[in-house]
Ligand binder design. Structure first.
Ligand code: ZN
Length: 89
C-alpha cells in the first residue's frame, strides 16, 4: 500500500479580507504555490491570473470593488465626511 502523495503547492488557500472602508468580509481563493510567488516578489496579476480584477484589486489595496469605485469617482473629494454624508440619500 502506497502513501497518498499530497503536493502542498496544489492546495488552495482561502484568504480572508475585510474591506478597510466598509468592513465587508470577502474571501479570495488562491493556490498555495501562487501565494509563494507573491512572497518572492512576483506581481499580483502574474501570481493570480485566475482572480477577477476586482479580487486582485482588493488583495492589493484592501478596498472592495464598491469602495474602490467610489474612491475613483470622487478623486476631488478629500474629506471622508463627504463620503458618508452622500450615502444618506
Ligand atoms: Zn468596501
Amino acid at each position: 500500500m502506497t502513501e497518498p502523495v499530497i503536493d502542498i503547492h496544489d492546495i488552495e488557500v482561502i484568504i480572508p479580507l475585510i474591506c478597510v472602508e466598509c468592513k465587508q468580509y470577502h474571501e479570495i481563493k488562491v493556490k498555495y504555490s501562487d501565494l509563494l510567488k507573491l512572497y518572492k516578489g512576483v506581481k499580483v496579476q502574474n501570481c493570480f491570473p485566475y482572480l477577477s480584477a476586482d479580487d486582485r484589486e482588493m488583495f492589493q489595496s484592501g478596498f472592495c470593488k464598491k469602495c474602490w469605485d467610489w474612491l475613483f469617482s470622487n478623486k476631488d473629494i478629500t474629506k471622508k465626511e463627504n463620503h458618508h454624508a452622500a450615502k444618506k440619500n
